[in-house]
Design a protein around this ligand. Sequence first.
Ligand SMILES: [Zn+2]
Length: 341
Amino acid sequence: MEHPNSEIKMKQNLKYLLLLFLLCSSAIIANAQANYLKITKYKVYYGWATHYPQDWMIIRQFVNDGKSYYLLVNPQTLETKIDEPGFYKVKPMSLGEARDFFKNTPYIRAINRAEKQSAKIQDAGIEDGMPKETGISLTADLCPSHKRLDRIIFTDIFKEFQKVERPAPVALSITGVWMHQHPDDLEWLKKMQAEHEIYITWINHSYNHRVSAKLPLKENFLLEPGTDINYEVLETEKAMLKNGLLPSIFFRFPGLVSDRQLVFKITDFGLIPIGSDAWLAKGQAAQPGSIVLIHANGNEPVGVADFIKLLKSKTAAIAKKQWLLYDLRESIDEEFEKSNP
Ligand SMILES: [Zn+2]
């Protein structure tokens, strides 16, 4: 028969374990983004929200299940969050007023920089990070596709970086259609994020991502006549929120195709167009500070293979922290402007 004392001890241990479990699981829940399933009145809204000592720029307002929310940007770090208006002192502003008010912040500088590079038909916006960096920022696009997510990209990143950089930052450009097509793959990515294996910055890549095999570039993708840019931008954000993803302030043009007018339409949403200087499948090699582009939607195996090869070639450098993945939000800051006026 068991000694009564040891039984008490065991019960205490069980209690302790249960408490620990509850604490851990609530921490995970607090970290995860909520699913906003009943969004109404989703709209562009600008202003200054302050909760001492931090200032935020408001870029969207919506109602979910009768409750009001803002989508806010920290203009220093480019982090975003969803929060209730009640926590802040708020001053509504026009976009012009808000851009002027926050003009000396990395966020508004990045918007200005993207607008300066708006003339190109392909790859407008910000296309590289700080050259002093020794690693890269990875962006992987999830354009509509009937194929499954190329999961090996993410499991290999985790394998290489788990001892030196955890979670490893990646940026995924997501479309509304892909979210709709691939709920299982999306859950899998969210699980990797919840377990802190990777940190995902979600880039808006339009809802429909229309493309024509025949039309010239200047009438293709989002430049195709009849495109409803409001729908393409805002419905994608709503779909992200519905699926428990936090929208970032980045936008990637489908096909990397845009014109000057379209770039300004996107910056009018408070979004920063992100190009790429290293589309691996097109033979563009990654340089230090590159914004690398691959497709994770199963449609570009060559790019994925190139990326895995790049990753394996850097194993020794990664172990010594001499080659890292950079968070897009950090690699686009004002330091670049200082060294490249
Ligand atoms: Zn795409």
